[in-house]
Design a protein around this ligand. Structure first.
Ligand code: FA5
Length: 345
């Protein structure tokens, strides 16, 4: 085989071998095998010294051309391998646009917050001012100034968490009435709404919690009347449970009001006909209320011959339970997102 036949054979073999290479690593090996210092080309170059001088330029040109052709095969194959790598990467990273997206949950107000704000808006619209008081109270504000001296049997109506002999976790929002009356010094009329947490040593069950929310209302001025109390509560019933609600006042007893009443609203579910929500009576009990007892007015500096007042105390969870047909008060505190997300505003 002469030199040019040899070069032709190397070129053909390189073309065939290189065209089936699949990795960069093999391609580098092939480059070393054909064009490297100890490669096949080097062997051919060694033949040059035995050639007659006039054939040497021709041989040089031919080897260079062949070398360039093999380099071209290598580069072409390198491009093919690079493209294959990119393609493989793209296939791996393909996004399936038909897959359902990730759901981001948006936070929102808890049902209790919604109801409290709804009631606040309603009463602010009627000229009430929102007031708050501390959850740790004195026995004096929580009981004594509300006509419940120590050892009064009616203290049993509100089983209490005492901190010391004289301090406790407030059992109702009524002490905010006392604080406000004391602050006004018996001189100014009062129209306030007081939402807040209260605590009682009640056993937790479907309708009782040891911690719950109340909203207290208090109006004190010279002309306040039971009729005004009734009109105010009727307005609330219609706004909270829909137009056409009726209310019913039943005689009751609270030491801080005289007369005292329990207030029922005609059932929004059956329109007063009787159903499981109102336990067949057509009425739902929602709050306690009454005309502020003269002893309470006097204890906080208001002249009971001049001033009169009415007050009411709403159990917020119970109101929400009635409005939304919730059958267990503990649902409000479990933080179960399935429960909470049902009440979108
Ligand atoms: C009072 O707390 C009075 N301070 C309300 C009041 C204010 C009357 C002003 C007159 C004038 P009572 O103990 O009934 O009253 O509680 C009021 C409401 O709180 C109840 O109607 C009920 O809806 C709710 N409630 C009472 N105990 C619990 C409890 N353990 N868990 C959840 N809600 C309760």
């Amino acid at each position: 085989m002469n030199v040019s036949e040899k070069l032709e054979a190397i070129k053909n073999e390189a073309k065939e071998r290189i065209s089936i290479i699949k990795s960069m690593h093999e391609l580098n090996d092939a480059k070393a095998k054909y064009l490297g210092k100890k490669g096949m080309f080097n062997d051919v170059m060694k033949l040059m010294k035995d050639l007659p001088n006039e054939e040497k330029p021709m041989f040089g040109k031919l080897t260079n051309e062949t070398k360039q052709i093999i380099l071209k095969y290598i580069e072409e194959q390198r491009n093919l391998i690079e493209q294959a790598i990119i393609q493989e990467q793209l296939n791996k990273e393909t996004i399936d646009v038909t897959l359902p997206g990730k759901k981001f949950l948006l936070g929102k107000k808890h049902l209790m917050t919604q109801i409290v704000e709804e009631i606040e808006d309603l009463f602010v619209g009627m000229g009430y001012q929102i007031m708050e008081g501390p959850e740790i109270e004195t026995d004096e504000n929580n009981f004594e100034k509300l006509n419940l001296p120590k050892d009064h049997p009616a203290r049993d109506m509100q089983d209490t968490f005492y901190i010391t002999n004289d301090t406790l976790l407030r059992t109702h929002t009524s002490p905010v009435q006392v604080r406000t009356m004391l602050e006004k010094g018996g001189k100014e009329p009062i129209k306030i709404l007081c939402p807040g947490k209260v605590y009682r040593r009640d056993d937790d069950d479907a309708t009782h919690s040891h911690q719950f929310m109340q909203i207290e209302g208090l109006v004190v001025d010279e002309t306040t009347s039971m009729a005004e109390l009734k009109g105010t509560l009727l307005e609330m019933a219609n706004k909270m449970f829909g137009e056409g609600r009726k209310i019913r006042l039943r005689p009751s007893y609270f030491p801080f009001t005289e007369p005292s009443v329990e207030v029922d609203i005609s059932c929004h579910n059956c329109n007063g006909k009787g159903c499981n929500i109102c336990k067949g009576t057509g009425w739902i009990e929602v709050l306690g209320a009454g005309m502020v007892n003269n002893n309470v007015l006097e204890a906080s500096g208001y002249d009971s011959t001049k001033y009169r007042g009415f007050a009411f105390g709403i159990g917020v969870e119970r109101l929400a339970m009635l409005k939304y047909g919730i059958n267990d008060i503990r649902q409000f505190y479990t933080n179960d997102i399935r429960f909470n997300s049902q009440f979108k505003k």
